[in-house]
Design a protein around this ligand. Structure first.
Ligand code: ADP
Ligand code: ZN
Length: 517
């Protein structure tokens, strides 16, 4: 509808919407009255900030939290957006600057504390300028029964009537009485479009598996779901073609899809997928926008997605009809390395790269999760839940063990070699192998040489992968991907902290994730 994607990326630094955001952004941008209920931390501010940029004129944001307003204004200004706040905490100069920007018609977002509405001058001023939208944060403050009641919030309804512009109200408080009261006080009782969707998609079964012959893992997963429509997401275009071929060889109806194909060929795949039953599309993330097939029964990732938001969106394409749907996401140390280097080699400013690393860490935390995946996933979006009973870890709780000893061995091998080597060579050191590289570098003289013989090579690989997953070590792109310790590893190395690892990922190859019929 509106092309929000470039703004999302360039101004806010996000590649994907969080659950629920896109629909709200579309509705608010289109000028509908909206009441959106989202958990704290779910990403409400984007839902009015982005429409503010897409609409003409000024968006007035009412928020009771002065510190938060100032943070948001600063964040927007740093991103090059004209935003200002009128609060009691302003210096006179700040207030003058806001007025000036307003008079000149430059301001896109004007944050106001509700007390300001009590002053007649503010109302008059707002009437003179081109206000195109009112956004109300913490909208439950209008409720007299709630514990956060702010009498000045009652003036917002008056403001809306006076300006006659759309209003978007946001809150994390979901109970029915509060909602009714918001509708009555802010919208004069005429029903706004309501968005109240928890992030949970309970019909989708969640599962992750460490890569262990990934092609066979995907083929096995598909074989157990023959004749069901599904999507396999791959990290590269070439892989989509190879894997689609392999699926056809096993008797599936499958085709590939990626951004490098002719538009016409892509359209053919989209139409086939919409119409046929049981077609598998093997695709890059280019496949997704605008697919709304309700009965996709499964989604598999043959490579780790880019972020937890991307993961959620991609698996969320399954089971839109509410029927049972299954997912499987494969991940390996190579994926982690690749995703890290994509972030590091990108041109984004360093703050944004740090945020991208943190978002990747959240996905890796989910991949290496020690308990219910749904709890971990929803927790990231701010929603609390019980253990779900519908994920691989609820099905079979993972055995964990105290991995402090091998992790410390690995960390000390990294330190003794001055953080200049990758996992392959470090494992050779730990196993006491006699390779040319070891001899040439005299690494057989290190105190860590051969101390890790209790574990096999594949086991060490799993340990290193989990260490990357827990962000104890990171590949350094300036050192050809050599592993370097992070701050998080220090307490473990010093013996001040302990770390649990999953046992199953340490078992010898051949083990497959449970495949359900
Ligand atoms: P709320 O107001 O709902 O509590 P915020 O708007 O403060 O939440 O957002 C919570 C966090 O989520 C912020 O750190 C924000 O940067 C992050 N966030 C919001 N939208 C996205 C997105 N699309 N992708 C990644 N992170 C996001
Ligand atoms: Zn679970």
């Amino acid at each position: 509808m509106f092309d929000a994607a470039p703004l999302l990326r360039d101004v806010f630094g996000f590649d994907d919407f969080r659950p629920g955001q896109e629909e709200i952004v579309d509705a608010v941008t289109a000028g509908e009255n909206v009441l959106a209920i989202m958990p704290t931390g779910g990403g409400k501010s984007l839902c009015f900030q982005l429409p503010a940029l897409l609409r003409d004129g000024v968006t007035v944001v009412i928020s009771p939290l002065i510190a938060l307003m100032r943070d948001q204004v600063r964040g927007l200004q740093e991103a090059g957006v004209e935003a200002g706040a009128l609060t009691s905490g302003n210096t006179p100069e700040e207030t003058d600057a806001v007025w000036e920007a307003l008079e000149a018609g430059r301001l896109k977002l004007l944050y106001m504390a509700p007390e300001r509405l009590a002053a007649g001058s503010a109302m008059g001023m707002l009437r003179r300028i081109n206000v195109s939208l009112i956004a109300v944060d913490e909208a439950h403050c209008v409720s007299q029964w709630g514990h956060d009641f702010r009498p000045d919030y009652l003036r917002i309804g008056e403001l809306r009537r006076a300006l006659d512009v759309p209003l978007a109200a946001f809150t994390a408080t979901a109970d029915a009485e509060t909602q009714d009261e918001i509708v009555e006080k802010l919208f004069d009782g005429s029903a706004p479009r309501k968005f109240l969707r928890g992030f949970d998609r309970p019909n989708i079964h969640l599962a992750f598996a460490a890569k262990d012959g990934p092609r066979k893992q995907i083929l096995d997963f598909a074989a157990a779901r023959k004749t069901q429509s599904g999507i396999v997401y791959c990290g590269t275009r070439n892989k989509t073609e190879v894997l689609a071929q392999a699926l056809r060889a096993e008797g599936h109806s499958a085709c590939h899809y990626h951004g490098g194909m002719e538009a016409e060929d892509r359209r053919i795949v989209e139409t086939r997928f919409a119409r046929e039953d049981g077609l598998i599309v093997v695709a890059t993330v280019a496949f997704g926008m605008g697919i709304d097939k309700p009965d996709i029964r499964w989604v598999a990732h043959s490579d780790l997605p880019k972020s937890i938001e991307a993961y959620y969106q991609e698996i969320g394409r399954a089971g839109r009809d509410g029927g049972p749907a299954e997912t499987l996401t494969l991940f390996g140390a190579d994926d982690i390395r690749l995703r890290r280097s994509q972030i590091d080699e990108g041109l984004a400013p360093s703050e944004r790269r740090m945020a991208d690393h943190a978002r990747l860490n959240s996905l890796l935390g989910l991949a290496e999760s020690l308990a219910c995946r749904r709890q971990t996933l929803l927790g990231y979006f701010g929603e609390q839940t019980e253990s779900c009973g519908k994920c691989d870890l609820c099905d079979t709780p993972p055995e964990i063990f105290d991995g402090t000893t091998p992790v410390r061995m690995a960390l000390s091998a990294i330190l003794r070699t001055e953080e200049w080597f990758g996992a392959g060579h470090l494992i050779d050191i730990l196993l006491g192998n006699e390779t040319d590289k070891i001899r040439a570098r005299r690494h057989d003289a290190l105190s860590t040489y051969g101390i890790g013989k209790d574990w096999s090579r594949p086991q060490w690989q799993a340990i290193f992968r989990q260490m990357m997953g827990h962000d104890l070590v990171r590949p350094d792109p300036d050192r050809h991907g050599a592993l370097r310790m992070t701050e998080a590893a220090k307490p473990i190395l010093k013996g001040e902290a302990q770390i649990n690892l999953r046992k199953d990922t340490l078992r010898k190859a051949t083990r497959r994730p449970a495949v359900k019929a």
